[in-house]
Design a protein around this ligand. Structure first.
Ligand code: F6R
Length: 611
């Protein structure tokens, strides 16, 4: 949550910062602010609402004098204090010597704040973050880095910060503990940010900070120390994201663009990873020899939200194909319930961002208890990816829409490849492996067929967009798909939507059905269809309208239901993939019809770095 950017160099700093926080807006968008070091003083501009409001306000105030070289900016997702201008970052100390942008939570802020107030510091906001510049001022004796380090030593909680000092123009200090910071290294310029989205336009060379690192950033060099002020060395990495991927490319919303990208993003996830001749998958990042694979006797998947739904499908793959006992855990629950984990347990984190606080904490807990840990992540170099010694990147490219789409389908594809690899080390014959590996290759084509039906789906979406409640039901591999369909609809359209196992409906929720509550039943022609049809009858008997997903050619479904979303024929393993794409489109067009801010739904942020 919260996006932070800092720049030092020769470019028009205002433009770099504003473009940076616009790119990071998916991390939070309730208020934004900028602090520019201009003629030896800070010029601070803040506004409530999205970054566009700040851009307008900065424009009215002029873009700054040509000499400006250093500045910091922030887009906020409120934790402490309402979204007001006073609470928007950057925050300054009482003497306006230091400006700070912060992502994270300072847990002991009220103790620190009381102590600082007694010493005469004046606070202007309700935020936890404001203690940071005041603490720095308190410790400052002409040594910028030492003052920041001493301030950070007082802090309990998490932070990613960038600090600018009026006494040290051209220099920035960035530090991280629990919230990501990456430094883009340019030619006589540096841009520091919460993630590479704000950096890709300027340089491909980056340095990822580790927890506890404090970086002294000048336009032509970066020096990194630890929290005890001892120099440490961090290597540079090269990012391979294409700048076009962080732009809308003619689509009305990033969500629609990302839905349409799925045939390509899955191709990228699968490319070079299927060994058709041997009927297995090559996942070198897992770094496991056959004997290691055979030794795994249990898998625990930890994830949140959409990634959790992908994990539920993964459980079915691992158990059914590879015969390995698998549990799927809501990551926050895993951490706090003292789970039983053995040395042959593989704890698998699934996270698009690689920054979700609960998933990270779950994987640390599993590691502490002796499990082997691995991750399926999208963002290269993210905290979870670096915390786990093994893993598979999904290579979906940047996912900017807050509602996750292409990450989900790529996660499922990677889980299926992992299951194939594990199955081949155990009970799969070469022939069975070849059949499944050929099937996996078909996923992009199946998804394209659903996207080609967008117009039909849009028509159905418009028809039902006035409903206030929805149910989504499914069985087997389509049960997690039902949960994901409901999540997509509620988060972007604000319609109350619940996902249920089709059999569970009559154990309570059926009491809510009436003609105003549509049910989306996933009734593709795979195992469980006949029983789902019985559940559809139960819904019809309560006069609920029923929209189904059905396999192309299954014409009988038309008679039984109000509307059909046609899905190409697949095996049960692949069924959730094109089906979820149809539900993503259904949610998208319903939200569009209702005039919702699709890429930035209220109250949400893309990267949930608080518990
Ligand atoms: C829903 C959505 C969220 C995320 C969840 C986990 O569309 O995007 O539910 O899936 O916050 O995020 P990651 O995968 O980054 O750990």
């Amino acid at each position: 949550m919260c996006g932070i950017v800092g720049y030092t160099g020769n470019r028009q700093v205002t433009e770099v910062l504003l473009q940076g926080i616009r790119r990071l807006e998916y991390r939070g968008y309730d208020s934004a602010g900028i602090a520019l070091l201009e003629d030896g003083n800070f010029r601070v501009i803040k506004s409530v609402g999205k970054v566009a409001g700040l851009v307008e306000k900065v424009g009215q105030n002029g873009h700054g004098s040509p000499g400006i070289k250093t500045g910091i900016a922030h887009t906020r997702w409120a934790t402490h204090g309402a979204p007001t201008e006073a609470n928007a970052h950057p925050h300054l100390d009482s003497q306006n010597n230091f400006a700070v942008v912060h992502n994270g939570i300072i847990e002991n802020y009220s103790v620190l704040r009381d102590r600082l107030i007694k010493k005469g510091h004046k606070f202007l906001s309700e935020t936890d973050s404001e203690v940071i510049p005041h603490l720095i001022q308190e410790f400052y004796q002409n040594d910028f880095a030492s003052a920041v380090i001493q301030a950070l030593q007082q802090i309990e909680g998490t932070y990613g910060i960038v600090v600018s000092s009026k006494n040290h123009p051209g220099q920035l200090i960035a530090a991280r503990k629990g919230s990501p910071i990456v430094i883009g290294v340019g030619e006589n310029e540096m841009i520091v940010a919460s993630d590479i989205m704000a950096i890709v336009s300027y340089t491909a060379k980056v340095i990822y900070l580790n927890d506890g690192d404090v970086a002294l950033i000048n336009p032509n060099n970066v020096e990194i120390r630890n929290i005890h002020n001892v120099p440490v060395s961090r290597g540079t990495s090269t990012i391979d994201w294409d700048i076009r991927l962080v732009e809308k490319g003619g689509f009305e919303h990033f969500m629609l663009k990302e839905i349409h990208e799925q045939p390509e993003s899955i191709t990228n996830a699968v490319r070079g990873r299927l060994d058709h001749a041997n009927g297995t998958a090559i996942l070198s990042g897992l770094n496991m020899q056959p004997q290691d694979l055979v030794a795994i006797d249990r898998i625990i998947i930890a994830a949140c939200g959409t990634s959790l739904h992908a994990g539920m499908i993964g459980k079915y793959y691992f158990e059914e194909l590879a015969g390995i006992l698998t549990e799927v855990e809501q990551a926050a629950e895993f951490r706090y319930r003292n789970p039983i984990v053995g040395v042959n347990t593989l704890a698998l984190a699934i996270s698009q961002s690689g920054e979700t606080a609960d998933t990270l904490a779950a994987i640390k807990e599993a590691k502490m208890k002796g499990a082997q840990v691995a991750a399926i992540c999208n963002v290269v170099g993210s905290t979870i990816a670096r915390e786990t010694e093994r893993g598979v990147y999904i290579h979906a490219g940047p996912e900017i829409s807050v509602a996750s789409t292409k990450a989900f389908t790529s996660q499922v594809a990677v889980l299926l490849m992992m299951a194939l690899k594990l199955a081949r080390s155990r009970r799969f014959t070469q022939q069975e492996g070849i059949i499944l590996s050929n099937e996996i290759e078909m996923i992009p084509e199946l998804i394209q067929k659903v996207i080609d039906r967008s117009k039909e789906i849009e028509k159905i979406a418009k028809k039902w967009s006035g409903a206030k409640d929805f149910f989504f039901i499914g069985r087997g591999y389509l049960y997690p798909a039902a949960l994901e369909g409901a999540l997509k609809l509620k988060e972007i359209s604000y319609i109350h939507a619940e996902g249920y196992h089709a059999a569970e409906l009559k154990h309570g929720p059926i009491a809510l059905l009436d003609p105003s509550v549509p049910v989306v039943a996933l009734a593709n022609d795979v195992l469980g269809k006949d029983k789902t049809i019985s559940n559809i009858q139960e819904c019809k008997a309560r006069k609920s309208p029923v929209i189904v997903t059905a396999t192309e050619g299954d014409e009988g479904m038309k008679q039984l239901t109000d509307d059909v979303l046609w899905i190409p024929r697949t095996s049960k393993y692949l069924a959730p993939l094109p089906t979820v794409v149809a539900l993503q489109l259904l949610a998208y067009y319903i939200a569009k019809e209702r005039g919702c801010p699709i890429d930035h739904p209220r109250n949400l942020a893309k990267s949930v770095t608080v518990e």
